[in-house]
Design a protein around this ligand. Structure first.
Ligand code: DGL
Length: 266
């Protein structure tokens, strides 16, 4: 049985773990939430990079992982290149905002992107956006809104704050994007857990896109597993540098997983 490490600043990466568990039921997953250092979105690139390297080292030393999923857009944007350089023998799968699928499926070509400031300010995101614009056969418009505080509100399961921040950020996004926006990219792995609120505020004409399933399929390809893998699901190992209780509650609430979570000193 292969072991895959899955890592996020906090509970957001559970949205990716959910897809991984359904795509790769015969794989053992070890999920680390770096909640003691969340949110990453408003930290400097060198802080995010240092934490990402630290957690990756822990997962390699303690769990002998066969691959690592960086289930965090911010960590992918700021650390995936150096992580791959320093761990050339470890397959690392990152997540990035779904601009490409959005560009393909949007009818109007007006696409909104919600992500952390760290992701939107990164060189990697600028390149991703440029690639879509350069390769487009029609006019495309990406309107981007940094959502300071939203991942943190989701981390704390603070429903009034999630609602207020979603309203404020969608209002700001609409001012930029105009009335034709028909696709909203959730460019942070925490945001799928606010999808009900965001979808309600956007209305039925806007399609929300996240990256859980594409990342899970990519992980399956990297591991060389077939799409008919029907191994029996084993519960993931859960660990948090912050509150194990909060991680356990989030896993129960959103994934119906009832495993205990460990406290991690890293
Ligand atoms: N879930 C992360 C992401 O995808 C980070 C959110 C945060 O910690 O600010 O960007």
């Amino acid at each position: 049985m292969k072991t895959v490490g899955v890592f996020d600043s906090g509970v957001g990466g559970l949205s990716v773990l959910r897809a991984l568990l359904s795509e790769l039921p015969g794989t053992r997953f070890v999920y680390v939430a770096d909640s003691a250092h969340a949110p990453y979105g408003e930290r400097t690139a060198s802080e995010v990079s240092a934490r990402t390297h630290r957690i990756a080292a822990h997962l390699r030393e303690t769990h002998a992982i066969d691959a690592l999923v960086l289930a965090c857009n911010t960590a992918t944007a700021q650390a995936i290149d150096s992580l791959r350089e320093r761990n050339p023998d470890l397959p690392v799968i990152g997540v990035e905002p779904a601009l490409k699928p959005a560009a393909i499926s949007s009818r109007s070509g007006h696409i909104g992107v919600l992500a952390t400031r760290g992701t939107l300010d990164s060189a990697r995101f600028a390149q991703l956006r440029e690639r879509q614009l350069a390769g487009a056969t029609r006019a495309l418009q990406f309107s981007c809104q940094p959502c300071d505080g939203l991942a943190d509100a989701i981390e704390r399961h603070d429903t009034p704050a999630i609602l207020a921040l979603s309203e404020r950020n969608l209002h700001a996004l609409r001012e930029q994007a105009g009335p034709d926006m028909d696709t909203l990219v959730l460019g942070c792995t925490h945001y799928p857990f606010a999808a009900d609120v965001l979808s309600h505020l956007c209305g039925p004409s806007v399609v929300l896109m996240d990256t859980g399933m594409p990342v899970a399929r990519r992980t399956r390809e990297v591991l060389g597993e077939s799409s008919t893998d029907t191994g029996s699901a084993s519960p993931p190992v859960l660990a948090s540098t912050g509150s194990p209780e909060a991680l356990m509650q989030a896993a129960r609430r959103w994934l119906n997983i009832h495993s205990a979570a460990q406290a991690l000193q890293a």
